[in-house]
Structures are given as C-alpha cells and as structure tokens.
Design a protein. Structure first.
Length: 272
C-alpha cells in the first residue's frame, strides 16, 4: 500500500512539471493585438484552436473488455500567422512562431470495443496570461469488435480552450483584458496494428472550430465597430504516430495537421 501511494505522488510531480514546462514558453513574452482585420481574427482563431484541438496521442485501439490509462501530453504547433499578427501589432512576434499545448490525459476501454478519452489542462496563469483547455473523445473500434487483423476505429471529439491576457489599448495608455474562446470538433477514422511493444497508427478526418475574440477596448480595424468578433474555420485533419509500451509504462509521439495547423505532440502515461 505504501509503495502504491509513493508511485501516485511521483506521478503527480511528473504531471505538474510537464505541464509547467510545456505551457511556460509561449507565456514568457508579451502578447499584443491591434488593428485586426477579419482575416487576422480567422487566422488567430484557426492556429490557436488547431493547437488546442483534442489529442491523446493514442492509437485507435482497445485492449480487452476493460482498461484504463492516465498520463500527461505536451507539444507545440507552428503558428506563423500568430507571429506575423503580433509583429504587426507592435509585439514580439518572433517569440510566437510556435505555440504550445499540454494536458492531463485519461483514457478508458469499455465493453463492445468502445473507448473514451479526456484531456484536461486546469487554468494556468503565467506572466498575467491565463490559459485552460478541456476536451473529450468517444470512439468505437470496429476492428476489435469484428476480430479483424487491424484495429479500425471511428471517433468524434470536442474541445474547449480559453486564453486571456492584459494588454495596453493601442489608442490610449489604458490597459484591459483580451480573451479568445474556441470550440473545436473533429470526426475521424483511424487504423493501427500492434507489434509486440510497438503500435503505429494513422487517422484522417475533418475538423471545425467556432471562436470569439473579445476585448475591453477596440483592437479591430476600421471595417468593424465593437469589441467582439467571431470566426469559423474548418478543414482536414490527419495524424500519424506510434505508442511504445514497456509493462504499464507507455510513451507516445504524434505529428498531426488540424485545419492546416501542423503540430507535434508527445505522451508519457501509465496503462493498466
């Protein structure tokens, strides 16, 4: 019993450290938005929502009637439009050529080859920037259900992300809050095959997002009056990756594209 609690405490320390290391880099510099066009808002929303879209870095597999996995994920996405927009707004765009994601991951295998997965990032505040994210996925492994030689699965997931920070009003010395909220939905079909401790996988599907960018003052260009603008984005989704298992310890790596946002993600977890 004592050994169990010792492992549990160690895992919590690993999760906390990984979250801090993954989220901190994007928050180290000041974000600045100003004179944003409709296209700017769409690009900001697409790159942020694509970065925070659901991933558990998991093969589309099930393993027996019941199973559970818990771990931590982290990674980064290419964000050239975010960088250019911050540069044009007077901020340090070079520091935002990549944006980061992280979260605590939990996955369960259920009877009838159903799987459910959740990724959760509790609210973090670094350098006056607040960020949080939560996503959930539900899927079915048809390959396992029909005893096929490959795992073939279908799934849907939905994620909600929120990032907010304070900045100076581009038109005065006042400061105020800027907030970006996004909801991202993805549908995919995937395939995987286990070879001893190595499981490669691939997924393909569609993604869409709805976002609201709100500010305490006007940060938009002259074509728009107000302090809030909404944006919708959609596009393709694909991912390729692999999981490595050593007893109950699992590692994962994945490259994905969500609405043309390229991201790399990794995972460390315990699989029971």
């Amino acid at each position: 019993m004592e050994e169990y609690f010792s492992k549990d405490k160690t895992m919590k320390k690993i999760l906390s450290l990984a979250l801090a290391l993954s989220v901190a880099p994007v928050m180290a510099s000041e974000i600045q938005f100003g004179d944003l066009s409709k296209k700017d808002v769409e690009n900001l929303s697409r790159e942020f929502s694509g970065n925070f879209a659901h991933t558990g870095v998991s093969a589309p597999e099930t393993n027996g009637l019941w199973g559970a996995e818990i771990g931590v994920i982290g990674g980064q996405a290419s964000s050239p439009d975010v960088s250019d927009i911050i540069d044009a707004s007077g901020g340090e765009g070079d520091d935002f050529k990549k944006i980061y994601h992280a979260g605590i991951q939990a996955r369960a295998h259920l009877p009838f080859e159903i799987f459910a997965e959740m990724v959760f990032l509790p609210e973090q505040e670094i350098n006056d920037v607040k960020i949080k994210n939560a996503s959930f996925e539900l899927g079915w492994n048809a390959g396992g259900f029909f005893n096929l030689p490959l795992d073939i699965a279908i799934a849907v997931n939905r994620g909600n992300s929120n990032i907010s920070f304070t900045q100076q009003d581009p038109n005065s010395s006042a400061t105020g809050k800027v907030e970006l909220e996004s909801t991202t939905t993805m549908y995919w079909v995937g395939v995987s095959k286990k070879f001893l401790f190595f499981t490669p996988y691939a997924k393909i599907g569609m993604a869409s997002s709805d976002s609201d960018l709100k500010s305490s003052f006007d940060i938009f260009d002259s074509t728009y009056t107000g302090t809030k603008r909404s944006a919708k984005n959609d596009g393709s989704y694909y991912a390729v990756g692999a999981n490595l298992e050593f007893g109950i310890i699992k590692f994962g790596a994945e490259i994905s594209s969500v609405m043309d946002v390229t991201r790399a993600s990794g995972k460390f977890s315990f699989d029971f």
